[in-house]
Design a binder for this molecule. Structure first.
Ligand SMILES: [Mg+2]
Length: 184
């Protein structure tokens, strides 16, 4: 079964805004802020906030993106999952359960799968699977594994929504798919 995977942090969960507020560091002032990584000192402060992942705000326009992704499941028969990661040292023991709780409260129809680490995400890719992610390295590895990746740039979902909308329309209007449906 073909799968549509949605990353969580930076795609549906606004990790950056919560971290900026907690740390008092405006990531927007950093060069290439969409790819900004916190320092190890900043991370130590964040991970000491044990339930940091529990109440992250929603990304602006994420409902629109999730509804688009639901169309792959409901109209094309795909599987729809979140594909998230825990911190690379696995040094935030609440991350697993709080990410699941967060998603189940907001999007109860979408289960959460874990890389478990960011660099493992591509291992979930079967050829043709789609990933929406805000990390360029994850998207590149996904494409190398035979999937289609849509990268969220500069923490703004608008262009991603446009690209996924066009992709969905091309699949729904695909004449070969229509033929297959007619046969059955
Ligand atoms: Mg992300």
């Amino acid at each position: 079964m073909t799968t549509f995977y949605l990353d969580m942090d930076g795609v549906v969960a606004d990790w950056d805004t919560a971290a900026e507020q907690f740390l008092g560091v405006p990531f927007r002032s950093k060069p290439r802020y969409g790819e900004y990584r916190v320092t190890s000192q900043e991370w130590d402060r964040l991970r000491a906030q044990h339930r940091f992942y529990r109440d992250l705000p929603l990304m602006a326009q994420c409902e629109q993106l999730v509804n688009l992704a639901r169309n792959y499941r409901d109209q094309l028969g795909w599987q729809l999952l979140f594909l998230t990661a825990v911190p690379h040292n696995n040094d935030q023991p609440w991350a697993f359960s709080d990410k699941v709780l967060w998603a189940q409260e907001r999007f109860p129809d979408i289960a959460v799968h874990f890389g478990p680490h960011s660099t493992d995400k591509w291992r979930h890719c079967e050829p043709g699977d789609i990933l929406v992610d805000d990390r360029g390295d994850n998207c590149a590895a996904w494409r190398a594994a035979g999937g289609t990746a849509f990268k969220v740039n500069d923490r703004d979902l608008l262009l991603t929504i446009e690209a996924v909308t066009a992709d969905l329309a091309s699949r729904i209007n695909d004449p070969t798919r229509q033929l297959a449906l007619d046969i059955y």
